[in-house]
Write a protein that binds this ligand. Structure first.
Ligand code: SF4
Length: 312
């Protein structure tokens, strides 16, 4: 029997719906750029960065780090309240690697991001090789009073792809990060890129299956897209990279959702906001069309998130 997820409109466990149910009001994430760097860009690991990463820290929609954290929060919160009637907020450290600094610096920035009375949670985007016991202890200390997420950029479980995209870490680093983060009150979200060079549909589903086995709390899916001034742009212009069509992406996303446990929260399955720096595919800007197609595809399959979870 197929159990449609709690959301009446969606056949997957939408994070926004999950937040609304948890806090009983509209909760939005507020992106913060705290001026962090990344070891895969500053020379610690490499100076080139991941092949898809642009100078803004890839996929980041955060503010300019020239503004103090409090000011960034204040501006975004008043805009989100006015525009969407949002009531509570999660401080989201998004750009670059937001645990890549001494623990005292991290504490000061996280504390400041929680100073606004309407902030109920903290989400920290980072690389899995940028956390250690001390940093996790600090992050865990916020779980008494706040909803806390560690968002790890994994992208894929396949080391050959991680090498190809110059990620600078291996799947095993993600496993270690999960081990020290689990059972500390911190929820774990894995960021995954669909359509990475050289990956088959089976490879992508393998990533879903492994995340399901590991009991990851949340997943954020990105489509591989080409941004201006990246290594990927060069490869794309040389014809060395094939991008997925909208239909292919929709199918893989539905396959992916079927493999995950019904309880995994889906933080994102369609992107937006990249128009100015997007080279291809242009259909990425049609977020609502993509979301509708995913709904229709799951309906057509008479399927939902978790349908194939734990099935051989
Ligand atoms: S880890 Fe993130 S910020 Fe660093 S190079 Fe890769 S995508 Fe960019």
């Amino acid at each position: 029997m197929i159990i449609i997820n709690r959301s009446v409109e969606k056949r997957y466990n939408q994070y926004s719906r999950h937040l609304q149910e948890t806090f009983n009001c509209k909760v939005y994430k507020v992106t913060i750029d705290a001026g962090f760097s990344c070891p895969n860009r500053d020379g610690e690991i490499s100076k080139n960065g991941c092949i898809f990463c642009d100078s803004g820290g890839s996929f980041s929609q955060a503010h300019s780090s020239l503004l103090p954290v409090e000011k960034q929060l204040e501006e975004s919160i008043s805009r989100l309240k006015e525009r969407f009637g949002a009531e509570k907020f999660i401080s989201y450290f998004q750009a670059f690697s937001n645990t890549y600094a001494p623990v005292e610096t991290l504490k000061s920035l996280y504390d400041r991001s929680l100073s606004h009375p309407d902030v109920v949670g903290l989400s920290i985007g980072t690389r899995p090789d940028c956390v250690d016991e001390e940093k996790i202890r600090l992050i865990s200390s916020y779980t008494k009073d706040y909803l806390v997420w560690a968002e790890y950029g994994l992208q894929t479980v396949h080391n050959r792809t991680l090498e190809l995209i110059n990620r600078g870490h291996e799947f095993e680093d993600f496993v270690k990060a999960v081990e020290i983060t689990k059972n500390r009150g911190i929820k774990i979200c894995a960021h995954v890129i669909i359509g990475l060079p050289g990956e088959t549909r089976q490879d992508m589903l393998q990533t879903a299956k492994i995340l399901a086995e590991m009991g990851i709390d949340g997943v954020k899916l990105h489509l591989l897209c080409v941004l201006k001034d990246t290594e990927l742009e060069k490869m794309y212009n040389q014809g060395r990279v094939q991008l997925l069509s909208m239909g292919e992406y929709v199918e893989v996303v539905c396959d992916f959702l079927e493999q995950l446990p019904p309880s995994t929260t889906i933080h994102r399955i369609a992107g937006n906001g990249l128009k100015k720096i997007l080279v291809a595919p242009q259909w990425l800007c049609e977020k609502f069309k993509v979301l509708n197609m995913i709904d229709r595809e799951l309906e057509k399959r008479v399927s939902c998130q978790g349908k194939l979870y734990n099935k051989a």
